[in-house]
Structures are given as C-alpha cells and as structure tokens.
Design a protein. Structure first.
Length: 736
C-alpha cells in the first residue's frame, strides 16, 4: 500500500491454519498454494477492492485471478505478476472489508484468523527530530532532572515522527505490543575534515547505552560471541575499529525490553546492496578465478575509484546507533547521548587517512591479481593450493573492506591460516600484532602465492569456492588454473605441444563423494614409485615455524582418488535400453556410494546389474585396461582435433583427474607413462571385472554367443570381461 514517508509499504498476509497442513507442499518457502491464492483473490481481495476503492482505482485490478495469470504468463511458461497499490486513504477500509469477506465466505474458511505483517522501511530521511531530554544514566552526573515541559515536548515530537513513519496506518488503532520499531541516532563530528569511528574495546559501554543493561552484562554477551547473539563488524580490517550487532538473548533482562541493537559507520551506504540475503556488494572467489580480468574491471577498479573519490572530497564518516524495541517503549530509548560520553567511545580520524587506507589496500590486491593472470601458466599442479589460498584470501580481504570479514567454519580457517603467526608459550598461534589484518607472506614464484608453511587444504579450498561436495580435484584445477595448457621452459612442454585441451560440459560431469574414512587404494610402497613433485620448501626459519603441510594436488593423491571413484562411476554409466530401462539394478544414489572394491569382486556384478554377458579373455582384458588408462601417445592420437577420448568417460570425474596427469606440462612423457604403468598394474592385479566396450565406448553389447546372466530386459545386453589372471581363477570358478 502507499505510504506517507515511503512510496510503498509491503503488507504480508499470514494464515496460521495453513501452516501445518501445507508446509510439506510448500515450494521456495511459500505456504499458500495457487488454489488458495485464487480463492483469496476471487472471493476476498477483489470484492473488497470493488467495495472500497473508487472506479478510477478499480480499473487497475483484474476481475479474477485467472485473468491475471493469463496476462502474466509469457510464452516460456513463466508467470510475472504485476505490483498493484492501494492508496493510503483507502487502506483501512480495504482491510476491514477483507476481514468481513473472509468471515462471510465459506470458500475462505481456511483464511479465518489471518493477520498482517506490515513493514515500513526507508524512513531515515523523512523522520528526524532533535528534541532531547537527558537519559537516566546521565541525570546524576549532570545534576538535574528533565522538567515536565521538556518531557512533554520530547514525547510529542517523537510521537509525531512515529505517526509520520506509519501513515497511512492509524497509530491510535494499533495493538502496540504487536509492533516493533527501530529508533536510531546519527552521531557526527562537527569538525572537518575528520570522521568518527567506534573503538572495539568500548563496545560494553556502547551496548549498555543502547540496551539499558549494565556494562558487566554487556561484557558477558560480548565474550559469548555469536552464541550470545553478539557480532563484531570490523571496520576496514583494522582490528581497532568497528561496529557491532546484538540480538538480546531471552535470559537477559533489559529495562526497555530491547530486542536488538546495532552500531555501524555510514561508509557502508556507498556499497550497500541488498540481494538474496546479502546486504553489501560482495566479490565471489569462484568468479574471480573464472574471470579475474572481469572481476578487476567490474568490481575492484570501481571500488578503487570510489575510494579515491572519497579521499579527494575528504568524505566524512558518521556513526549510526540503532535500538529495536516494542512500540510502547519507543519513548524510553535514544533520549539523549552526552557528547562527552560519546567521545570516550569513539576516535577522531582524518577523512583522507580513512579512505586512503582502503584505497591503498584495494590497489595492492589489484596488483597481485594482475600478476597472477600474467604468470598462472607457470604454476605446476602440485603448487596450485598455495596460489589459490592467496587469491581466496585477497578476495576475503576485499569484502572485509566493503562490509565486514566473512565468518564461519572455513572462513575462520582461512583467517587463521593466512594471518601472521607468533610463538607464544612454545606454540605457534595465529595473531595480529599490528591489529590490522596482514598476510603472513606474498611470494612471487613468479606467480604470486603464499608460503608453503601455511596454506589451505584441498577440502577447505573446494568449500570456499562452493564446489559441489564430492567434486573431483580436476574441478579445482580447472577453476583455479583455467582450461589452458600451462607452460614453462622445460623439455616436457616441447614434447607435449600436440595436446588439445578438450572441454567437458560441467553440467554433465559426475560428482562422486569419497568418504573421509575411505581406505587408501595404493600402499606406501606403491606410492613411493609414483613420480610427482612435492610442495615442501626449506627455509632458515623452519625450526621456529615448522611446516604444517596439507595433502596437496600430487600425482599420488590423484591416483588414489581415481581408483576410489572409478567403481562407482563405471557402474553409474551402465547403459539403458532404447525404452529407457536401465540394466543397472541399483539407483544412482546407491551407485554413487560404491567404492573401488566393487570392481575387485566379480560376485558383486549380480548385485549391481539386472543382466549381463561375460567373457574370460586375456587379450580383451588387456585391451580394456589399456583403453581405460591410455598412455600419452594413445591419448594424444585419440584427442587430436578436440575429440573426446572415449564415449562415457568424458563426464567421469576419475578420468578427468587422470587426464590432468596426461596433460600436465610439468611432467615428462617418461614420468606420465610411469604413472600409467602403475595404474594399469593395479587394475590388472586387483580388479576382477571391467566393462567390455567397443573401441570408442566404455560399455558395449558385443557378446552374442555367451549366455545371459541375470534377467534380460532387451536384445542388446551389456558385456563385461573377467580378469583371467591365475589369482582370480578360484573366485571366477565360484562365480561362473
């Protein structure tokens, strides 16, 4: 409906009767389905419109819900409803008529007892008053009590402003305890060119002023942190300054019945942006990797320009204090703040210094991003986590300069991993000796990275980049390094020039989660034979700062991951008949939970497949093994011109990881073939069955004379080949 202070006042209708019965049918959180909305409009809203609005306003409202759907439906089947407004002078009459219709119409019996949620926002500039009376906490110190006339004028002026914010809602008709209101005070420094910033250590006194509780109680809430509803909103990553948010716990008594309080600085008005639960502009780390040039042009460069302009005009920063209370207590809060007390809670900082700090940091981050783009091609896969940790950290620091540092389990890990560390009581701990947040290192190698003593684990990197749970390491490599051949000056590059990077539709890629407790496939002796660089770097300070290294993107890790995913993804690729019936017995979800051992036991074929044909043939077995793990020469030949190596394999995450090894510009052909030989040896010695496909397919139906195992659901039966090795004969005999 139309408002006096703001153009539109959203009104939401709540139907308690529907909550239990409809919540399981709800989509996207909407508890009212289409049938209910149609009945509400046809029997309630439109009749109330006809009864209360003049003809000139009625013409904008559709005659029925179906006619509005017809108008709103586009040729792609998407509905886009139009907003319609009830003029403020008719709002009371409209809702009274709507209540009457719902009570009278049997079609709307489900809506009886409904109530409204009315949200009035955007009244900061339209509702301000400066009539003040002393707040109780200052009465004794200042030696006087407000006169009755002062109190009367104060209450009258605040009443006028509240009524103005609420119009067209008649304040006199409200059930006051059903309404909550935000009362705010803007604190500015009448002394150019300086800004006011809130000091972190003064938050107990600040909360006491805003909520009416003791500083001791406020200190306990701060110590409890998020568990007690308190959040520190750090200012520009300085450590010393920042606002706060506090949701009052139910077990803490406030004389003003305050529910919520916040204090923030007005610099946020330049970057405020409400969208999908976010309140400020935000740089997404995954987008940075996908399009770092775009992130610089569309985000960092404008942010630097904004900061530079603020420096040039010496833009002041003020403080905004807010308290949320129920309406009857609106006259008890924000009565007066003694300037001498506020001066103890804040610091005076030069405008140019404040904005210059942010501008300097943004420009430094841009410089690192520029160098990263130029030199990322020189980074071996094994070192990518150290480079990715730096870029994600700089993205996090950028967002901290705009709103506040992100918090949460993995963001806290990021913070404690990247900041300076100090030895305290013989323990290396994360610390901030200069208060502001600084990275522990930036190393040009030549591509920027952080020290290998402190970097994020692969699990943390995937989480912070919002990669799906269970995604392959190749997804991380592709995102961080891009779908480009990485190059250096080694002979391996010259030998591998004929590779063509083959892109795969990401939507079609498989995601197979490997449990944290999944057993390792390769023994330590086997791992020792796998070529691959390590990320360890020696430093003179190693005794003082011992290396805490995570498992990196090594060839050893990749091979183990390949074999752990392989069984599940081969089974998931079991073909279907032309009619769409799958030869697979288990669901996709069940297949996703399979591990390497499903291929190591031929008796499990009957557990996962409806029907199949099988053959024991050494030549065919060897061809399948070589096909699943091609050497460099075969892979190069089959992918020439951008073709996929093998149908069905391109979407398998295990093959994407193997492909990364074959296309690694930092491994020689001999090293790659050694890894291939290790993989083939493992498959020949331990797997008992594999899919028998054609030359260009993982699965096939080429066996014609062999008997059918299981149940036939179509003429083209999928084929498998059984390992003919001597160690498999006894088990094979039992199975066949």
């Amino acid at each position: 409906m139309g408002g006096a202070s703001v153009g539109q006042v959203p009104v939401r209708m709540m139907f308690p009767q529907l909550y239990v019965s409809v919540r399981r049918e709800a989509r996207e959180g909407n508890m009212v389905n289409r049938d209910y909305v149609k009945a509400l409009y046809d029997y309630g809203i439109y009749p109330a419109i006809k009864k209360t609005l003049p003809p000139k306003n009625q013409q904008f409202w559709p005659v029925s819900f179906d006619s509005e759907v017809f108008r709103a439906l586009n040729d792609r089947g998407k509905v886009s409803f139009a907003q319609r407004q009830i003029p403020e002078e008719y709002s009371d009459a409209f809702f009274e008529a709507l209540y009457q219709m719902i009570d009278e119409m049997p079609e709307l019996s489900w809506a009886t007892g409904f109530f409204l949620q009315i949200q009035v926002q955007g009244t900061k500039e339209a509702t301000a008053h400066n009539v003040q009376v002393p707040q109780e906490s200052f009465l004794e110190a200042e030696g006087y009590r407000a006169s009755a006339e002062d109190e009367r004028l104060f209450r009258l002026e605040r009443t006028r402003q509240i009524a103005r914010a609420l119009r067209p809602i008649d304040m006199r008709k409200l059930k006051a305890h059903n309404w909550v209101i935000d009362i705010a005070t803007t604190v500015s420094l009448d002394e150019a060119p300086f800004s006011l910033l809130i000091r972190k250590e003064t938050h107990p006194r600040l909360i006491s002023l805003l909520m009416g509780i003791s500083t001791a109680s406020a200190s306990e809430l701060i110590e409890g942190g998020a568990r007690k509803g308190y959040y520190f909103d750090e200012f520009f990553h300085t450590g010393l300054f920042g606002g706060m948010r506090l949701t009052m716990p139910a077990d803490v008594w406030s004389p003003w019945k305050a529910h919520y309080a916040q204090a923030y600085t007005t610099d946020k008005t330049l970057t405020a942006h409400k969208d999908k639960g976010k309140y400020a502009k935000e740089l997404d780390p995954a987008w940075v990797f996908r399009n770092m040039r775009g992130a610089d042009e569309k985000f960092l460069k404008p942010l630097a320009k904004l900061s530079r302009e603020a420096v040039s005009e010496r833009r002041p920063i003020h403080i905004r204090l807010e308290t949320r209370v129920r309406l009857p207590f609106a006259w008890d809060v924000h009565r007066r703040y003694d300037p001498s007390i506020l001066s103890l809670l804040t610091s005076k900082v030069g405008n140019s210094s404040v904005w210059g700090w942010r501008h300097m940091r943004v420009q430094s981050i841009r410089a690192v991003f520029t160098e990263y783009q130029r030199t990322i091609d020189s980074v071996p896969r094994t070192l990518l986590p150290t480079h990715a940790s730096l870029i994600i950290g700089l993205t996090w620091m950028t967002n901290a300069l705009i709103n506040r540092p992100k918090e949460g389990s993995e963001w806290n890990v990021l913070r404690d991993t990247l900041c300076v560390h100090e030895q305290i009581d013989d323990v290396i701990v994360a610390t901030r000796p200069l208060n502001a947040f600084f990275l522990h290192s930036v190393i040009l190698d030549p591509c920027p990275r952080i020290s290998t003593h402190r970097y994020l684990s692969i699990k943390s990197l995937k989480t912070l980049l919002a990669l799906p749970r269970g995604s392959a390491d190749s997804e991380l490599v592709s995102l961080v390094a891009g779908n480009r051949g990485r190059k250096d000056n080694s002979e391996a590059v010259e030998a591998d020039k004929s590779f063509t990077r083959v892109l795969v539709n990401k939507a079609a890629r498989m995601i197979t989660h490997i449990p944290d407790d999944a057993p390792k496939v390769f023994t330590e002796e086997e791992v020792a034979q796998i070529p691959g660089a390590t990320t360890e770097h020696q430093y003179e300070s190693e005794k003082e700062d011992p290396q805490q290294q995570h498992e990196t993107l090594s060839n050893q890790r990749s091979l183990d991951s390949i074999f752990q995913r392989m069984g599940a993804e081969i089974v998931r690729k079991v073909p279907s008949t032309k009619e769409g019936r799958s030869w697979r017995k288990i669901s996709d979800e069940e297949a996703s939970r399979l591990q390497w051992d499903v291929l190591c036991d031929a008796s499990q074929v009957g557990e996962v497949m409806v029907g199949w044909k099988q053959v024991v043939d050494k030549d065919r077995w060897d061809r399948v093994v070589d096909k699943l793990f091609p050497d460099v020469e075969r892979y190069r030949e089959k992918t020439m011109g951008g073709a996929h190596y093998l149908q069905n394999l391109a979407q398998c995450s295990w093959f994407q990881d193997y492909k990364d090894i074959l296309e690694d510009r930092f491994l020689s052909i001999e090293e790659k073939n050694a890894i291939t030989a290790t993989a083939r040896k493992k498959l020949r010695e331990e797997a008992e069955w594999l899919p028998l496909g054609k030359a260009d397919k993982m699965w096939g139906d080429g066996l014609k004379r062999e008997p059918l195992h299981g149940v036939g659901i179509g003429p083209l039966v999928p084929s498998i080949v059984i390992n003919p090795s001597p160690r498999n004969r006894a088990r094979r005999a039992a199975h066949t």
